[in-house]
Write a protein that binds this ligand. Structure first.
Ligand SMILES: Nc1nc2c(ncn2[C@@H]2O[C@H](COP(=O)(O)OP(=O)(O)OP(=O)(O)O)[C@@H](O)[C@H]2O)c(=O)[nH]1
Ligand SMILES: [Mg+2]
Length: 304
């Protein structure tokens, strides 16, 4: 995904930071008042307080030097040092990916976007519709599957989502699919029975194919900022996540929380949703994210 898309998607968060950070970047040497303002704005963009305090202290040490601009960028970028991107060279066939998240976070849309991306990598995807709460849940995924041009396997409304998970994975094997994305119903992290249902879905997948699900990805709504992070924390504790996908980055003014996802949860941020269209999903690019967030290089590459 071109750098310009990141710049556009992060426009609202950047605005939150814009006045102070650009003043900081122009001023050459930050004084105490500038640092206070930067601290306030970083917090307003939902960059976690612990990180902000560390950075402000570090920036203070750079006062008097001309390197602080690079220092801030480096500090933000370091949040992603330990993470790696999803490798589309698959080791299992079919690879089973379980998609989870709270209500309305963007799971169904993201599952479809992932299927599209898999097809673009020359793989045969299959979509599993395990959102059996609402009739509209699987209908929505069926519509997406038509657009993507892939098979979809789903259950009737009210059927057992663990049974649908089993069937979908079995169909993926029988139909020679390379990768299966299983869409699930939205659930609040606080609802224990619904969280237990996900554990059952996982068990059912493992019964069908030992080792499955190979990945469990949570879709986080970027407009929720830090709240999304605490939801992810609970999902991770209860069902064990292997990666994060951030949706709706384009509508968020609080994208700063993503800086903590990697560090606090020890999970990679794999993809980002930058719009509602089928192709608006990008492998997460830490450099583009940080540059677009801070407004560095923004004028040089927005056309790409
Ligand atoms: N702007 C923008 N909108 C998105 C993005 N991803 C999803 N959406 C929108 O968010 C809304 C909810 O998306 P869904 O995919 O239905 O979310 P869900 O998690 O499946 O919802 P439930 O199944 O009801 O829990 C839809 O209007 C999507 O178009 C994104 O990256 N950017
Ligand atoms: Mg859905």
């Amino acid at each position: 995904m071109a750098f310009g898309s990141w710049v556009k998607a992060l426009g609202r968060t950047r605005q939150t930071l814009a006045s102070s950070v650009s003043r900081l970047f122009k001023s050459g040497k930050p004084d105490a008042a500038t640092l206070d303002q930067v601290e306030e704005d970083l917090l307003a963009a939902d960059i976690p307080a612990r990180l902000v305090l560390d950075w402000i202290e570090e920036l203070g040490r750079h006062a008097g030097h001309d390197h602080w601009q690079q220092a801030l960028r480096t500090q933000l970028r370091e949040s992603f040092n330990d993470q790696s991107l999803f490798d589309w060279k698959l080791h299992q066939k079919p690879t089973a990916v379980l998609i989870v998240g709270v209500n309305g976070s963007g799971k169904t849309t993201t599952a479809a976007k992932l299927a599209r991306m898999a097809a673009d990598h020359g793989l045969k995807p299959l979509l599993g519709a395990a959102d059996t709460f609402r009739a509209a849940g699987s209908d929505q995924l069926k519509l997406w599957a038509e657009r993507v041009g892939c098979d979809v396997v789903g259950g009737l409304q009210g059927s057992d989502s663990a049974a649908v998970a089993y069937d979908a994975l079995q169909a993926a094997t029988a139909r020679n699919a390379d990768i299966m994305f299983l869409d699930t119903a939205g659930r609040m992290h606080t609802k224990r029975p619904l969280m237990n249902e996900l554990t059952k879905v996982k068990r059912s997948m493992a019964k069908c194919l030992p080792g499955a699900p190979h990945h469990t990805w949570m879709v986080l709504d970027a407009t929720l900022g830090n709240n999304a992070l605490s939801q992810a924390d609970i999902f991770h504790q209860q069902i064990g996540l292997t990666g994060i996908i951030v949706s709706k980055l384009d509508g968020s003014a609080k994208a700063g929380f993503i800086l903590a996802a990697c560090r606090d949860l020890q999970l990679p941020v794999l993809f980002a949703g930058l719009g509602e269209g089928m192709n608006d999903l990008a492998p997460f690019d830490p450099d583009a994210f940080v540059d677009a967030l801070l407004g560095t290089n923004v004028t040089t590459d927005t056309q790409n």
